[in-house]
Design a protein around this ligand. Structure first.
Ligand SMILES: [Zn+2]
Length: 288
């Protein structure tokens, strides 16, 4: 991501994976192929491949640093975890991203997960001597109570992959006492407030940062590609409740459009952050 400043906070990202991933018809099952093509032809080749038609997605964590605090939002897929083969790409780049001099793992004060999908909570923990321990040893972790309980129930029902994720990346933090399970509209610090955004998952929220009159919103998986600003009704193939996700997307877009708020979606490729404006009955996206 292209780094930016919000009031007292420097914001940058640590990338785990980037590049082409899925075609629009797979990513957005209700999308119209002709409409998708028409919209993509107006977009830069950093967000899709004109030769193959495949969309580009990045997996990244966001680091927010003020003179008083260092905060990490979402923690990608993580390492040494029993995951499907396509998640088994090299993870060293992510660790190197933290150790390249800007911040050390032990300097992180807060970690916030927008939701508990595989690509958002993996580096919450890492494997040391056969045990899952916090990757950020000094941090307080914040996870949504609704989200945590939803995946706990799925785990109890025998859902295999969600069960593994919850068991190795969420449960150990609660058990060891370094996590808080919070409401979806909780205020985490004077500058950080959660904004409920259910649909992608039941407990999914966005994270609003406000400092010195400036604001940014980290929207997690509210959207996966800029194309959804023009077509907010297209939900991803990963949304637990696609129709609710679409309603939530419109509600959040309506709240932030034309306000100057910097929007930071988890999976948008470089430069990642941008702003939303109204465009007739839909919206448009401009990278910062
Ligand atoms: Zn995601």
């Amino acid at each position: 991501m292209k780094p930016f400043q919000v009031g007292e906070f420097e914001v940058w990202s640590v990338i785990e994976r980037e590049g082409p991933l899925r075609p629009p018809a797979v990513m957005f099952p209700t999308s119209d192929p002709g409409r998708a093509r028409e919209l993509l032809l107006e977009m830069p080749s950093t967000v899709w491949s004109p030769s193959t038609g495949v969309l580009f997605n990045t997996y990244q964590s966001f680091v927010l640093r003020s003179p008083r605090q260092t905060i990490v939002i979402d923690t990608c897929v993580g390492d040494n975890k029993a995951r499907p083969p396509h998640f088994n790409y090299p993870k060293k780049t992510w660790l190197d991203g933290f150790t390249c001099g800007q911040v050390r793992l032990e300097q992180v004060d807060l970690v916030i997960n927008t939701h508990l999908h595989v690509d958002h909570c993996g580096w919450n923990t890492r494997l040391v001597d056969g045990r899952w321990v916090p990757t950020f040893p000094s941090a307080r972790y914040f996870m949504g109570k609704v989200e945590y309980n939803f995946w706990r129930e799925q785990t109890a029902r025998g859902w295999e992959l969600p069960g593994r994720i919850w068991t190795d990346s969420a449960l150990p933090l609660v058990t060891s006492g370094c996590a808080d399970l919070v409401e979806m509209d909780a205020r985490i610090t004077p500058e950080i407030t959660l904004v409920p955004a259910p649909g992608h998952t039941p407990g999914h929220y966005c994270i609003q940062l406000q400092s010195k009159g400036e604001s940014a919103m980290f929207v997690g998986d509210l959207m996966h590609h800029p194309i959804q600003c023009w077509e907010p009704g297209w939900s991803s193939c990963f949304c637990v409740a696609p129709e609710e996700a679409a309603i939530t997307r419109r509600r959040i877009f309506e709240r932030v459009a034309d306000t100057g708020t910097i929007i930071v979606p988890e999976h948008f490729p470089y430069p990642t952050a941008g702003r939303i404006s109204r465009r007739g009955s839909a919206y448009a996206w401009d990278f910062i």
